[in-house]
Design a protein around this ligand. Sequence first.
Ligand code: DOR
Ligand code: ZN
Length: 376
Amino acid sequence: MPTLRLPGLTDVHVHLREPGYERKEDFFTGTVAALAGGITTVLDMPNTQPPTSTPEHFREKAALAAQKIVCDLGLYIGATTTWGDAYLPVAAQACGLKIYVSETFGSLRIEDLALMHRFFRSWSETADLLGYRSSEIPHGIGPVAVHAEELMLPVCVELADLYDVPLHVVHVSRRSEVELLVRAKERGRRVTFEATPHHLFLSQADLPRLGALGDMRPKLGTPDDVAALWQHLDAIDVFATDHAPHTLADKGVTAPAESPPPGVPGVETMLPLLLTAVDEGRLSVEDIIARCVIAPRRIFGLPEQPDTYVEVDIDTRFELTNSAVRSKCGWTPFAGRTVIGRVERVVMRGKAALEGGRVVASPGEGVLLFQDRPSG
Ligand code: DOR
Ligand code: ZN
């Protein structure tokens, strides 16, 4: 069996749901699922309940995570209308600031330009205070990450430029957005962006088959939007899953649901999907490493993980199924797809974390990132 050895991957965009939505996922099940997908570092989003928007809620979440994680994890803080920029005292301990300016799951949406000024300005001032003015951030703070679709995207690109803040745009999905970002990069703007496996490997053409399980934000694109992502592969900095587990009951599949939440899980299927694309000649292994290891480290100032690697069987074809999913949600929008790239073994810091497909790391063995970064 040919085995491919890769560095541990980083997924810069996951929702592990704790605290508040533990029926969907928690820090243990979410990081187990990550390891099963060859991912050894995840960055967790702030749209939990309560949202990760004050130093107190941040510290409570960090304490929960530290006890349960089996891979390394960084925490985003989130901008809210209620709490403003109350998160600033823990800015350096977070992996970045997340601002939702487009429709999403949870209560973190910002629709007010004056507030947007404030978030960018105070992040910029905090970066100055901490001596952070470059994309190398060993002792600084992370970027501002935005969920900004359509016309909100140029607003965020402009604000980031006005306040000289590094901008990371999450889950870019439309041709118009990709082309705007390509142009912004050509013009020297300090902006990076990610694309998800579901926007790369699914389109609106899959919706009749997927039903509610094909609903996420941003929504699936047209086949032309998908083609634009592949056409501008070179400009895509990062592949990230937006792992957004919701139970089948929440999604209205096994029980009636009035307004099913958007979102699909992804940490377990990203690597097989990408390696299958390699097998098909659409991508190279170097492309994966550049976007799932090297760029995340650079953009978020992640520490290296010594002696950490993933062994993947790239010979045997297998079918992605709901029953194999370890995430608490128990399903994948890619069920039924035949892929290569089963993760057989994960070693973290010289010690097996996953062996023969089974997780052997104990809760708390993952490292909570950035907690020792100086606060200024
Ligand atoms: O589909 C989505 N689900 N998009 C988001 O931006 C949030 C996510 C979630 O938290 O469920
Ligand atoms: Zn998300």
